[in-house]
Design a binder for this molecule. Structure first.
Ligand SMILES: O=C(CO)[C@@H](O)[C@H](O)COP(=O)(O)O
Length: 230
């Protein structure tokens, strides 16, 4: 199945390689490699050194990359506050924006602002935050991003403690009667992909297990294979 075919199938498991694990000196080539390898989206991690203890890249880099690929830009904002920067990421070409439920007191307003910009809103949730925290905003989102590591760094170990949360969120999302995708982010490899999809996730965000391997097509196939086998 090609990237665009799988992305338009609501039941497909989608793979979104995280550019954080790419070679930042060759972003063009890295993007081209995952597009050719069958990635569905590219996941773009924006870090501010305040909400998370690390810095990555911001809207100018995303804007520069936008014309270089047809992949959907799945932007994960690990920043606080978010509201003053939403216009900037819209203008840069974000198609999805995930903001964190922990990032500020106005999550409901921020998600409405994302939708008003014509962007699909997602709500991201940290490992220590209970699933119930996002119940009041589920009617506003198209996606939930479950952090399966503490945000801020690639290459961390998957937290199995998040599997029950994924199950709970799958049930809550299904109860809305709307199609809401559940992404998992952090420590995703073919084995943990299977655990997550079995629990109800349908988007696999993976940095190290895609960009860490020379054959990106094989890496993406293995992730899908792990997911299907669950
Ligand atoms: O948002 C984050 C980290 O904060 C993730 O997107 C990581 O970039 C995933 O990296 P791996 O755990 O797959 O290496």
């Amino acid at each position: 199945m090609s990237n665009t075919e799988s992305a338009s199938d609501p039941n497909a498991i989608l793979v979104a390689p995280s550019l954080l694990a790419a070679d930042f000196g060759r972003l063009d080539e890295e993007l081209a490699s995952i597009e050719a390898a069958g990635a569905d989206w590219v996941h773009l991690d924006v870090m501010d050194g305040h909400f998370v203890p690390n810095l990555s890249f911001g809207a100018p880099v995303i804007k520069a990359l936008r014309p270089r690929t047809k992949l959907v830009f799945d932007v994960h904002l690990m920043i606080a506050p978010v509201d003053p920067f939403l216009d900037m990421f819209a203008e840069a070409g974000a198609e999805h924006i995930h903001l964190h439920v922990e990032a500020g007191p106005n999550t409901h307003r921020s998600l409405q602002a994302v939708r008003a910009l014509g962007i699909k809103p997602g709500i991201a949730i940290n490992p220590a935050t209970p699933a119930e925290m996002i119940a009041p905003v589920l009617d506003l989102v198209d996606m939930i991003l479950v952090m399966t590591v503490n945000p801020g760094f690639g290459g961390q170990k998957f937290l199995r403690s998040q599997l029950n949360k994924i199950r709970t969120l799958r049930r809550m999302a299904d109860e809305t009667g709307r199609p809401i995708r559940i992404g998992v982010d952090g420590g995703i490899d073919p084995e943990t992909a299977g655990l997550c999809t079995e629990a109800g996730a349908d988007v696999l965000v993976a940095g190290t297990s895609v960009f860490g391997l020379p054959d990106r097509a094989a890496a993406i196939r293995s992730l899908r294979g792990g997911a299907v086998a669950a």
